[in-house]
Ligand binder design. Structure first.
Ligand SMILES: *Cc1c(COP(=O)(O)O)cnc(C)c1O
Length: 373
C-alpha cells in the first residue's frame, strides 16, 4: 500500500537518534535549543518554541492570548479537530467560516462572523497551500484580533519566497510522523513577539522558573508539553532534508497536475505562481456525478494499493460539536468533503510510483459508473 503521506527515515536520522540516546540528557538538553535555533533560522523568525505536539502548541497559544469562557475564535471547519478543540478546552466557542474551493478559509466571509466576543482568527494552510495571510491580517488589525496560523501542513511553504510563519502573531507547525518533517510527535510555535515566546516557554514547563541554587518559583499554571532531546535530534536531522522533501513532493505534484489536466473525473488544486506548497496533501476533487460512488472508489483504490484518505470531515459534523454547538452546514465545506480524496504524494515515492498511482486512479475511475443525477 502506498499511503497518502509517509515519513522518510534514513540512516542519518537513525544515527542522530542513536547518538542522542547515548547523551547525558534525554530531555531538557542542548538538542532542544539547537533544534529551535535551526528552525528559527530556517524560517527567518525571531523565536521558536518546540513542544510535544502541535495540539499542545495550539493550547498554549490560546492560553497566551488569554482565551477564556465567553470568548470566540473564528476558524475553518476543514481541519483536524485539534485546531478548535484546544480553544474549547480554554472555555471558548469556535465559529466556523466557510472555505473556498482550494480548501483554505474564505477570507471574504470572515468579517460577517466577527462579534464583540471574537478574540482571534485561526486559519489553516490546507495541504500546505499558503493562505492569503496578509488579507486575513488586515481583517485582524481592523478589528483588533489576534491571528494564530495553524500551519501544521506548511513548514517550508513560501509566498514570494518568504516562508510561512512571518505574519501571524503565532504560527503553529506539526512534526507528527507524516507531516513535512517528523520528531515522532511534536510541534512548534514560531513568533516574532518576545513576550509571547517567553510565555510559551513557561507554559510548556509547569510555569516554573529557576531562581538561585535549588530555589525555583511557579509563576503561572503550566503543563508538561516539552519535547525530548531524542525527538529534537531527529528533528534536526530531518530539517536538513526538508527542502529536498518539498522538492520531491513538488516534482510528483507537477507530474500529477500535467497528467490529470482535462480528465473527465476530477479537478486538482492549482497553487499560485508566487507560492510554494509543501504538498503535505495532494487533494483531488471528484466531479459531482461521482460523489455518490465515493465509497466504492475509495474501496477500489485501497484494494489496488493506493492508500487514499479524505481530508477533512467538517469539524462541526462531529457528534461532540453537534451536541454542544448545534447543527451547522457550510456549503463549500460540505461540497469539498463530498468531493475530496488525498492521493499518495510524499518524499518516499519514486516517479515510477507516481506514474503507477496516476494510472491506477484513472483506470479505477474509468471502471466506476457515475450515478444518474
Ligand atoms: C496534524 C494537525 C494538527 C495536530 O498536530 P499534532 O502535532 O498531531 O498535535 C493540528 N492542526 C492541523 C491542521 C493538523 O493537520
Amino acid at each position: 500500500m502506498i499511503p497518502y503521506s509517509r515519513q522518510l527515515i534514513e540512516q542519518c536520522d537513525i544515527d542522530a537518534v542513536s547518538n542522542a540516546l547515548k547523551g547525558d540528557f534525554l530531555t531538557g538538553g542542548k538538542s532542544v535549543s539547537d533544534f529551535e535555533e535551526a528552525l528559527a533560522s530556517y524560517l527567518g523568525v525571531k523565536h521558536v518554541c518546540v513542544m510535544n505536539s502541535a495540539t499542545s502548541c495550539l493550547h498554549v497559544a490560546y492560553q497566551i492570548i488569554e482565551l477564556k469562557r465567553g470568548d470566540e475564535i473564528i476558524t475553518t471547519p476543514l481541519t483536524f479537530a485539534a485546531t478548535s478543540n484546544t480553544a474549547i478546552q480554554c472555555g471558548a466557542t469556535p465559529l466556523f467560516c466557510d472555505i473556498k474551493y482550494d480548501g483554505n478559509i474564505d477570507e471574504r466571509k470572515l468579517e460577517a462572523l466577527i462579534t464583540p466576543r471574537t478574540k482571534a482568527i485561526v486559519p489553516v494552510d490546507f495541504g500546505g497551500n499558503p493562505l492569503p495571510i496578509h488579507l486575513i491580517k488586515e481583517v485582524c488589525e481592523k478589528h483588533q484580533l489576534y491571528l494564530i496560523e495553524d500551519a501544521s501542513h506548511a513548514l517550508g511553504s513560501t509566498i514570494d519566497g518568504v516562508k510561512v510563519g512571518h505574519v501571524a502573531d503565532m504560527t503553529i507547525f506539526s512534526f507528527h510522523a507524516i507531516k513535512p518533517i517528523t520528531t515522532f510527535e511534536g510541534g512548534a510555535i514560531a513568533t516574532n513577539n518576545t513576550a509571547f515566546y517567553e510565555q510559551a516557554k513557561l507554559l510548556r514547563s509547569h510555569g516554573i522558573v529557576k531562581k538561585e541554587l535549588w530555589n525555583s518559583d511557579m509563576v503561572t499554571l503550566g503543563e508538561n508539553y516539552r519535547l525530548s532531546d531524542i525527538a529534537c535530534a531527529l528533528g534536526l536531522s530531518q530539517l536538513k532534508r526538508l527542502d529536498a522533501f518539498i522538492d520531491k513532493r513538488n516534482e510528483i505534484a507537477h507530474y500529477y497536475d500535467k497528467r490529470f489536466s482535462n480528465n473527465p473525473f476530477f479537478t486538482t488544486i492549482a497553487i499560485d505562481q508566487n507560492k510554494r506548497s509543501t504538498y503535505h496533501l495532494y487533494p483531488i476533487l471528484l466531479d459531482r456525478s461521482l460523489w455518490c460512488s465515493k465509497e466504492d472508489i475509495f474501496k477500489a483504490l485501497h484494494a489496488k494499493g493506493l492508500g487514499v484518505q479524505v481530508h477533512y470531515k467538517p469539524v462541526y459534523q462531529f457528534s461532540y460539536y453537534k451536541e454542544r454547538f448545534g447543527e451547522q452546514s457550510l456549503e463549500t465545506a460540505e461540497d469539498f468533503y463530498r468531493a475530496e480524496l488525498s492521493i499518495p504524494c510524499h518524499q518516499g515515492m519514486s516517479m515510477d510510483d507516481a506514474k503507477m498511482v496516476a494510472d491506477t486512479l484513472l483506470e479505477v475511475l474509468t471502471s466506476i459508473k457515475g450515478c444518474l443525477l
